[in-house]
Design a protein around this ligand. Structure first.
Ligand code: HEC
Length: 123
């Protein structure tokens, strides 16, 4: 197991295609992660979005989205997921505390559907 995954590398390899190199997303298709209140908020919600994906209508930075965020539980380790969440919380002007690998591990222990994850999204 990797002691410290590189969040920027995980982001470049897996997230840039939709959310963009500057976390700006694509209006109406892929939500911005920069300046997004949900990204700065609940660490359990974010762990679940990464593990199980997200599906259903959301409003992010004043834009409505109704897309499908893929699940990463099968392809990324807890260390990689905590590192990439921490990366998006401290990049592009975002400033929120790191997310612990232990938080991701705990959420991995209770599988959820992408629509159950939506119900956890902070409003
Ligand atoms: C195939 C495109 C795609 C890829 C790749 C992708 N996402 Fe997403 N992501 C989305 C979509 C679409 C949504 C919004 C889903 C909805 O409308 O319910 C989303 C939502 C999110 C959210 C929740 C935002 C909110 O406002 O609640 C976070 C956090 C997130 N993505 C982070 C990531 C990270 C980190 C990666 C890389 C590991 C990644 N995404 C890869 C398409 C993608």
């Amino acid at each position: 197991m990797q002691a410290s995954a590189n969040g920027a590398q995980v982001y470049t390899a897996n997230c840039v295609s939709c959310h963009g190199a500057q976390g700006a997303g694509v209006a109406g298709a892929f939500p911005a992660l920069a300046g997004n209140k949900a990204v700065l908020g609940d660490d359990k919600y974010l762990s679940n979005v990464l593990l199980y994906g997200l599906q259903g209508q959301i409003n992010a930075n004043g834009q409505v989205y109704n897309g499908v965020m893929p699940a990463w539980a099968a392809s990324l380790t807890d260390a990689e997921i905590s590192a990439v969440i921490t990366h998006i919380r401290v990049s592009w002007g975002n400033n929120a505390p790191a997310v612990a690998e232990a938080t991701v591990k705990t959420e991995r222990g209770t599988p959820k559907s992408a629509s159950q994850v939506l119900a956890q999204r902070p409003q």
